[in-house]
Design a protein around this ligand. Structure first.
Ligand code: HEC
Length: 127
């Protein structure tokens, strides 16, 4: 007796063309939602999520030392910071690389986030 003779007929193959595209689409949709929730939940911090605004980065990352309104604390007040760094690239370098007791942020903020928070300091806190 041939081992396959009976079982072949019971084994129903669902045509790929009918099943696969729909299944793949729904799996992708579930993954996209899961990733969106995961990244929204972690609140950024240099991940591949959309960069936060300069104000949000400042409040979460810099305000503990520089004060919520840039009035200073552990770090210096930021009033007049744009006068001390006429070239924005120099202020970006300070935040990127740190100096003295100012920590370096190149490991925790993206270049885009550093530029945003520096612009926020210059326009909103440094005036
Ligand atoms: C752990 C405390 C701390 C945190 C957090 C911190 N800073 Fe600082 N920052 C300092 C200190 C202290 C200095 C002064 C360094 C020195 O003179 O030794 C400084 C200096 C600076 C300066 C130069 C100011 C000037 O007038 O020369 C800038 C600009 C600056 N920080 C931006 C930032 C930004 C942007 C963030 C957030 C991404 C941040 N800092 C987070 C402590 C901190």
């Amino acid at each position: 007796m041939s081992p396959d003779s009976g079982s072949r007929q019971n084994f129903r193959v669902i045509p790929r063309s009918r099943l696969r595209p729909a299944a793949a689409t729904s799996i992708a949709a579930v993954l996209a939602v899961a990733f969106a929730i995961a990244f929204a939940g972690c609140g950024g911090g240099g991940g591949p999520s959309e960069p936060r605004s300069g104000a949000a980065i400042y409040a979460q990352t810099c305000a503990t030392c520089h004060g919520v309104d840039g009035q200073g604390g552990v770090g210096p007040a930021l009033k007049g910071v744009a006068d001390r760094y006429p070239d924005i690239a120099d202020q970006i370098a300070v935040v990127t690389n740190g100096f003295g007791r100012m920590p370096a942020f190149r490991g925790s903020l993206s270049a885009e986030e550093i530029r945003r928070v520096v612009e926020y300091e210059r326009t909103e806190l440094g005036a």
